[in-house]
Write a protein that binds this ligand. Structure first.
Ligand SMILES: [Ca+2]
Ligand SMILES: [Ca+2]
Length: 409
């Protein structure tokens, strides 16, 4: 069968597109999901020989900032301008007052969104501004009262802002939209957005990138069920622009230890960025309606270059597990794919190394391939192909493949 990719690059300010590789079967899933399901992770384990094992893919627990560090407090029913623990204000007031070095605690409960909240005051490297659920509670930013003709989202045009341990759900466009730099998103749960759950897009500034939408880190986040399926315009493209995480421009952004699934387009898409990093993350079951259904896309239109993807699991996506997608100088190292239409797709300058493909269609392309499962003798098998098993996609001991893939020592 001839492998055909046709590029219909389309990009608007909010629905930044990517290559479009044909329609996927419709499997619309917009059902409610209140669970915050993260795959359990145990770091710092030691192997049978006592040597430390590599960290496992997926979110790790994120600890709370001590209450004593809180300087501003918001609550769903907050009012006034004191923003004190005894007299919390609303979220918009707290954001307006926050300045470098402050910690804003959000009391638990639902914060209905009626307008975009832009976090446009910057912290500094030594004194970031933190927004975080109050310890032991969960703040939920909820866009369910909005529709796509009257959108709102959590915007981050500022820099050195830390968003920690809260939920963002049912936003009609993006859930979190980052145009600033040097921000940290940690322990967020983002789901059921109409466009991408988290999008980084600083505009197409002159190269080299760096002034906007750059050096942001997304880690230990769970992002799922973001879908534009059923909306037939250029932005939503019947699901074709709604990724879990979309890095649509910028330099040196990072996705680490995230769990991303059931998004209509791709799981993680570093579409038009430079030197992005995706590591220790899990991407599965992406691809609905006209979405591309790639687990992790490592590029797209020029100037896409230099994306590294390592120690990731990508499985049960409708299209490719890991795809260079025309990005230049992409590196895929120590990844594991399974049950995708195809495991890997590289370009002439893509490096694919020490990786495992569980699919019969392991790879495609003429890249620089070394030490991969399909280049070895023997028959690959996994201890378990049950995603709920702690041994899921672990190579069978003694089978000759334990030294490669996402779980290698
Ligand atoms: Ca797409
Ligand atoms: Ca995409």
């Amino acid at each position: 069968m001839r492998w055909t990719v046709w590029l219909v690059a389309g990009c608007t300010v909010y629905g930044c597109g990517d290559s479009h590789e044909g329609a996927r079967p419709d499997a619309t899933d917009q059902g409610a999901d209140a669970s915050h399901d993260a795959i359990a992770v145990s770091d710092g384990r030691s192997g049978a020989d006592g040597a430390p094992e590599a960290p496992r893919p997926g979110p790790r627990p994120v600890s709370s900032t001590p209450v004593a560090q809180g300087s501003l407090f918001a609550a769903p029913d907050g009012s006034g301008s004191a923003c004190a623990e005894a007299a919390p204000c609303d979220l918009w007031e707290a954001a307006d007052q926050a300045s470098a070095g402050e910690v804003v605690f959000l009391r638990g409960g639902v914060y209905p969104f009626n307008s975009t909240l832009d976090l446009d005051t910057s912290g500094t490297a030594d004194a970031p501004i933190t927004f975080e659920s109050y310890p032991g509670e969960l703040a939920i930013l909820d866009g369910s009262a909005l529709d796509i003709s009257d959108p709102a989202y959590l915007g981050v045009p500022g820099a050195f802002i830390r968003l920690r341990r809260f939920e963002v759900r049912y936003m009609p466009w993006q859930g979190v939209y980052i145009s600033g730099t040097d921000n940290l998103l940690e322990g967020l749960h983002v789901h059921h957005s109409g466009l991408s759950g988290i999008q980084i897009h600083g505009g197409y500034e002159p190269l080299p990138y760096g002034a906007a939408g750059s050096r942001n880190t997304i880690r230990d986040c769970t992002i799922h069920d973001n879908s534009g399926a059923g909306v037939f315009d250029d932005e939503f493209a019947n699901g074709g622009n709604s990724d879990g995480v979309s890095i649509s421009s910028g330099e040196a952004n990072r996705v680490e230890h995230c769990l991303v699934y059931a998004n209509s387009d791709d799981g993680i898409d570093t579409w038009r960025s430079t030197n992005s990093y995706v590591g220790y993350s899990i991407s599965h079951s992406n691809g609905i309606a006209d979405g591309n259904g790639t687990g992790i896309k490592a590029g797209g239109a020029s100037p896409s270059s230099g994306t590294t993807v390592e120690r990731c699991l990508s499985y049960s996506n409708t299209h490719v597990g890991l795809d260079h997608n025309s990005g230049l100088l992409v590196e895929f190292d120590h990844n594991t794919t399974w049950d995708n239409e195809r495991g890997y797709y590289g370009g002439n300058d893509t490096s694919i190394s020490a990786s495992i493909a569980g699919e019969g269609a392991a790879d495609f392309g003429a890249g620089l391939e070394t030490m991969n499962s399909w280049q070895r003798p023997g028959t690959l098998s996994f201890v378990s192909v049950d995603p709920t098993s702690p041994e899921f996609l672990g190579p069978t001991p003694g089978g000759g493949f334990e030294d490669i893939g996402a779980f290698a020592p």
